[in-house]
Design a protein around this ligand. Structure first.
Ligand code: HEM
Length: 433
């Protein structure tokens, strides 16, 4: 007997195609049609269950982590890239160990030590903007966030090594998308096929990272440095154990993968929304001129509501569990539907409107506004990402007069596992201060 919540009976492929056509609206439309808990049949994953109401999201985020396995769910997609020791692909004790080691460097105020670096990288990148001509902003935001992560997380500053590192990351990024999106391609179909190419680029990137770990360990005084790699080298777990090189590699690639494209895309969306809402842009500029930070903070939060970079987060049940009154079997995927939640009229009135005022009191409900997921798996880089977005956006808004080439909103397109503006946020910068 089918005990799963209601959902479309259309074949998996058709539902996959509907999602790809309208990734932002897909989940909201199903919630309106089938209710706050519904199922979707996807290729490869089978029938998965979505929840799209705060109390149901809370059930999932606060359910026992030993039952609601996020690592196992994430590993289906991410393990080839991140490895088996990544905080994203682990569960239970091993997950908590890595999480505790990784959390301190990304904690609230501690990320502020990277402020100067972020501003410097932004100013440097803005010099390459073609003033007066239309250009896609997203590659520029991605170069900024990558420049920041290579220096702030890996602590690489030598120009020649930075060049080599960037080329390796670029090549890895090119190969990884097809491998994460199409698990059936994870086998050798000949030397020129995606899997061996991916394996080669991963091996080259790993070689660089292990080399960097060796160099850092050997460098005098690394304990005084403030990059994340140096902090992780000195970190000890509750038993006094340091991280192994394999663990370090997996966490560094995790932070690289989870940290720079997401933030860059969030920034591209912030500008895409702002240039189409000039009154909001003017308000933001005025508030910055007065030295206020609240409206900037609210603009970042509203961007992540209206254009969540990640559309859903997954848990795979290790044992049977009840969610929303449904008894779900072990092995079932359950996903808080971020995009559907963010467009609920009862939580965010007139959800289509881009209105930072919603967040001016500084508060965002843990189970209604969930661009960073939640519970014991909430994004470790959330404070870092929001801080970085605020600083970069402030530079853009204070130093450039921006307008869109086309006043119509950019379509939402799936890019690797993120939702990105289809044209990469095409803007015209009239002048630069
Ligand atoms: C706008 C930017 C970002 C967005 C939208 C985002 C979103 C997410 C989401 C949705 C999750 C899954 C949470 C869950 O399963 O409940 C996650 C996990 C994670 N993110 Fe982010 N992220 C961003 C930036 C970053 C940055 C900058 C870093 C690191 C510097 C980072 C590191 C991580 C890590 C390590 C995890 C795994 C946490 C765990 O499983 O315990 N993310 N992120």
């Amino acid at each position: 007997m089918d005990t799963l919540p209601p959902g479309s009976r259309a074949p998996a492929l058709a539902q996959g195609v509907s999602y790809a056509r309208d990734p932002l609206g897909f989940l909201g439309k199903r919630q309106q049609r089938y209710g706050d808990i519904f199922s979707v049949n996807f290729p490869f994953f089978g029938r998965v269950v979505y929840v799209a109401r705060p109390d149901l999201v809370k059930e999932v985020f606060t359910g026992p982590p030993a039952v609601f396995h996020a690592g196992e769910a994430n590993a289906t997609v991410l393990e080839p890239a991140l490895g088996p020791n990544s905080v994203l692909t682990l569960d239970d004790e091993p997950h908590m160990r890595q999480r505790k080691l990784l959390l301190p460097p990304f904690h609230g105020e501690r990320v502020e030590r990277y402020g100067e670096l972020i501003v410097e990288m932004t100013r440097r990148e803005m010099e390459s903007w073609p003033v007066g001509e239309p250009f896609a902003l997203r590659p520029h935001t991605q170069r900024i966030t990558l420049a920041v992560i290579m220096r702030a997380v890996f602590g690489v500053h030598d120009e020649a090594r930075l060049d080599r590192f960037e080329r390796l990351i670029d090549d890895f990024a090119k190969r990884v998308g097809v491998i994460t999106s199409f698990p059936m391609l994870r086998r050798n179909l000949g030397p020129g096929s995606p899997w061996p190419r991916f394996q080669r680029s991963r091996a080259a990137l790993d070689e660089f990272i292990y080399e960097e770990i060796r160099l850092r360990r050997a460098a005098p005084g690394y304990a005084e440095r403030d990059d994340v790699l140096s902090l992780l080298l000195s970190a000890r777990d509750e038993e006094g154990e340091a991280m192994s090189d394999r663990e370090l590699r997996d966490e560094l690639v995790t932070v690289l993968g989870a940290g720079h494209e997401t933030t860059a895309t969030g920034l591209a969306w912030a500008v895409e929304r702002l240039v189409r809402n000039q009154e909001v842009l003017a308000k933001l500029r005025d508030s910055l001129a007065k030295g206020e930070a609240d409206y900037l903070n609210a603009t970042v939060k509203e961007t992540l509501r209206a254009r969540p970079v990640i559309v859903d987060v997954a848990r795979k049940l290790k044992a049977p569990a009840t969610v929303g009154g449904y008894e779900l079997p072990a092995g079932q995927f359950v996903l808080p539907a971020i995009a559907a939640l963010h467009y609920r009229e009862d939580l965010f009135p007139e959800p289509e409107q881009f209105r930072p005022e919603r967040f001016l009191d500084g508060k965002a409900d843990n189970y209604a506004w969930i661009p960073f997921g939640g519970g014991v798996r909430r994004c470790i880089g959330a404070a870092f990402a929001e801080y970085e977005m605020r600083l970069i956006l402030r530079e853009f808004v204070e130093r450039a007069a921006l307008r869109p080439l086309d006043p119509a909103p950019e379509r939402v397109r799936v890019r690797n596992i993120t939702l990105a503006p289809a044209k990469g946020t095409v803007v015209i910068a009239a002048d630069l201060a």
